[in-house]
Write a protein that binds this ligand. Structure first.
Ligand code: PAF
Length: 278
């Protein structure tokens, strides 16, 4: 496994693979890898000739009051996991290589970024759109793998990839959960035992909503209210039922919808969701 540190090195490697007729699978991450990331890497390795994982804690997607400085960094363990899965490259550019002096270009995806995390973190998706475009330009993947846990992010990347004619297949992988249902997240390690136990109400409230949906409930307000009641123990940021592609609020469940929640639990901002097709 090779570790590459700059966009030019990464692109030279990717160009060589394409010249040899090999497909490239790509799992973009910010490191602190867990089983959720492992599922992205395994799919990238299995479905493509060669595979790349990026590890880059992207400063442009953190607001000044957020956890950029204390975001967990576990590079050695991340590389060991990537190698055990059979990844060919870890792409770990420096912040200076990604955003050199004078950097001034950003990618803004409209509408689909307005609600949910875009409402509470107004600069987040501008940072994500920018860094993912730059990563795509260096890695030149045929397929890129994103987790459903960040379902709005996946919808934003699909929109951006279509709008900018990037010609990359975006694959969304299912949420990976702890045995008790908590969605895996690098930020779970911020939780102490009491917070960890309260955090369970997110996945439990969503599981109860899944039951309502399966029983035929189609009224969005009733479903959202039931989830809110189930999350009484945490500080709710949002509970929203939206169209899974446009991220526009819906009044009734029709087609494929996303029921998404975000909450502050102690020091961690946690998100979770389910998708349902009526
Ligand atoms: O989902 C993440 O880990 C990040 O938002 C991403 C896509 C790697 C961009 O920094």
């Amino acid at each position: 496994m090779t570790i590459l540190r700059s966009p030019s090195e990464m692109r030279a490697w990717a160009d060589e693979q394409h010249r040899a007729g090999r497909t490239i699978g790509f799992a973009p991450t910010m490191g602190a890898l867990h089983e959720g990331h492992a599922s992205l890497m395994r799919a990238a390795a299995e479905q493509n000739d060669v595979s790349v994982v990026s590890i880059f804690v992207n400063p442009t997607q953190f607001a000044p009051n957020e956890d950029l400085d204390k975001y967990p960094r576990t590079f050695e363990a991340d590389c060991a996991l990537a190698e055990s899965i059979g990844m060919d490259v870890v792409y770990a550019p420096t912040a200076r290589a990604m955003y050199p002096e004078g950097y001034a270009t950003y990618v803004n995806v409209e509408r689909v970024t307005q609600r949910l995390c875009g409402a509470s973190r107004p600069t987040f998706f501008r940072g994500v759109g920018t860094v993912v475009t730059k990563l795509f330009n260096a890695v030149r993947p045929d397929r890129a793998y994103f987790g459903q846990k960040d379902a709005q992010q996946a919808a934003v990347i699909r929109r951006m990839t279509r709008d900018l004619d990037l010609g990359i297949e975006i694959v969304e992988m299912p949420i990976v959960r702890e045995p008790d249902g908590l969605a895996m997240s690098s930020r779970n390690r911020y939780l102490d035992a009491e917070e960890r136990s309260r955090a369970l109400c997110l996945s439990q409230a969503l599981a109860a909503a899944q039951g309502l949906l399966e029983a035929g409930e189609r009224d969005a307000a009733r479903i959202v209210e039931a989830v809110r009641q189930g999350m009484a123990e945490v500080d709710i940021d949002y509970v929203e039922l939206v169209d899974a592609e446009t991220i526009e609020r819906v009044a009734r469940v029709e087609g494929t919808v996303l029921l998404a929640v975000a909450a502050q639990v102690g020091p961690a901002r946690l998100i979770d969701n389910i998708k349902f097709t009526a």
